[in-house]
Design a protein around this ligand. Structure first.
Ligand code: MYA
Ligand code: JJ1
Length: 388
């Protein structure tokens, strides 16, 4: 069934029911001297190309490859349109490895035709903090599909991760592979319902008119919680404390330090937005919420080319309720002209999705670990990890 995945150290479907297999690494590390020294062979017309994201021309090529060939919904109406600034942010966290930004080019034209990336992360599974690679942006040009290039890209990134003495990875996909640790659903909150309906992202509900729908999704003009403001550099320590305490509740979650928080959560326009509640009396930071910006191209629509979407990222509520905090996140996203606010049913998100008028989407997101078994898997609410 899975000619490639059957050969890899991942939970195999046939082991799923075996309660005797322990949690942790599926296979032990090999000595670094035994890690293959040279790149895997590619078909003769292609060459490996380690990408330099400082190079604006390369970044433009990567942006274009993904904008034209990356993930689409099941009816091919929308395609993720990660911005160049977002890609730079996503691929250059603290201690990133340039060798993990892996392109494939046509030898003759030098055109970028495929890509895969990894970034380093510490991820905790139960009480085990593991150095991992987060693998993302696997993409093969539409004209080169179904030629078994993806397994070559995956083997090559695995080799380069092993060279750094890292033996585990985390990744998500819309497709089912052996074997998800959990399967999450996307939920969507309309901010600009008229446009969403015009582009076919959502539909007018039964017995609903456009004006009733617009009224249903109306939001206040400004956040409601006193002390709600944008996160700044001076907040990094307080946000790190809040987030570390919160993420400790989940079975699988990142182990963020202050450097990680500064990179992943300090606001960057049209890339990542973070807000917090600073108590007007004590000036204590008590609550925090964040979202990242990932537009989608609207395919084949005469009136609109892109949908501006916000994706819920990490949120922590200690004084305000999570529902009130996320309502303020919706309000600022609406102020900033986003069309839709998306969230997965991870962490405690179930506690606000229905109340804040999110509806279930038609897409699922499967989470995977490479060379790490989590017995019986976990529930989405036990997952504290959001990948981009
Ligand atoms: S998920 C986003 C993936 N990208 C897209 O969906 C963009 C649009 N699609 C494409 O570009 C292509 O269809 C891709 C496949 C490139 C996806 N993850 O070359 P093929 C298996 C893993 O003939 P193509 C993301 O970025 C498939 O089951 N495997 O197929 C995270 C089959 O294997 P098997 C996948 O369609 C990526 C084989 O590939 C995926 O031309 C995490 C067919 O290859 C997928 N999304 O190309 C990667 N899709 O026969 C794993 C298909 O066994 C990382 N396949 O069923 C693992 C950890 C590595 C590091 C380890 C360190 C220690
Ligand atoms: O965006 C998604 N679905 C939308 C659009 C559906 C268009 C037809 N297929 C959707 N809309 C309904 C919204 C509605 C708003 C009012 C309330 C009720 C709901 O459902 C889906 C997610 O649901 N997105 C995708 O399918 C994109 C791919 C998802 C897999 C991602 C793989 C990630 C790669 C790893 O990095």
């Amino acid at each position: 069934r899975h000619k490639f995945w059957e050969t890899q150290p991942v939970g195999q479907f046939r082991d799923a029911a075996d309660p005797n297999l322990p949690d942790g690494a599926i296979e032990p590390p090999t000595p670094l001297s035994e890690v293959r020294a040279d790149p895997y062979p590619l078909p003769a017309a292609f060459e490996w190309y380690t990408c330099d994201l400082d190079d604006d021309a390369l970044l433009a090529d990567l942006y274009a490859l993904l904008a034209h060939n990356y993930v689409e919904d099941d009816e091919n109406m929308f395609r993720f349109n990660y911005s160049p600034a977002f890609l730079r942010w996503a691929l250059r966290p603290p201690s990133f490895f340039r060798a993990w930004h892996i392109g494939v080019r046509a030898k003759e034209s030098k055109k970028l035709v495929a890509f895969i990336s990894g970034v380093p992360a510490r991820i905790r599974a139960r009480d085990d903090v593991v150095r991992m690679a987060e693998i993302n942006f696997l993409c093969v040009h539409k004209k080169l599909r179904s030629k078994r290039l993806a397994p070559v890209l995956i083997r090559e990134v695995t080799r380069r991760v092993h060279q750094e003495n890292i033996w585990q990875a985390a990744y998500t996909a819309g497709v089912v592979l052996p074997t998800p640790i959990t399967t999450c659903r996307y939920w969507h909150r309309s901010l600009n319902p008229k446009k969403l309906i015009d582009v076919g992202f959502s539909r007018l509900g039964p017995r609903m008119t456009m004006s009733r729908t617009v009224r249903l999704y109306k939001l206040p003009d400004a956040p409601l919680t006193p002390g709600f403001r944008q996160m700044e550099l001076r907040d990094v320590a307080a946000v790190t404390r809040l987030l570390r305490a919160y993420l400790a509740k989940f079975v699988v979650a990142p182990d963020f330090d202050e450097l990680d928080v500064e990179h992943w959560l300090l606001p960057q326009e049209d890339v990542v937005d973070s807000y917090l509640v600073e108590s007007p009396e004590t000036h204590e930071v008590t609550d925090f919420c964040s979202f990242y910006t990932l537009p989608s191209s609207v395919l084949n629509n005469a009136n609109y080319a892109t949908l501006k979407a916000a994706y819920s990222y990490y949120n922590v509520a200690t004084k305000t309720t999570l529902q009130q905090l996320m309502n303020d996140a919706l309000i600022v996203a609406k102020q900033k002209n986003y069309d839709v606010f998306n969230a997965l049913d991870v962490m405690e998100n179930e506690s606000f999705l229905k109340e804040l008028k999110f509806g279930p989407g038609d897409g699922q997101l499967h989470y995977y670990l490479y060379n790490y078994r989590v017995r019986n898997g976990i529930k989405p609410s036990e997952l504290g990890l959001v990948l981009l």
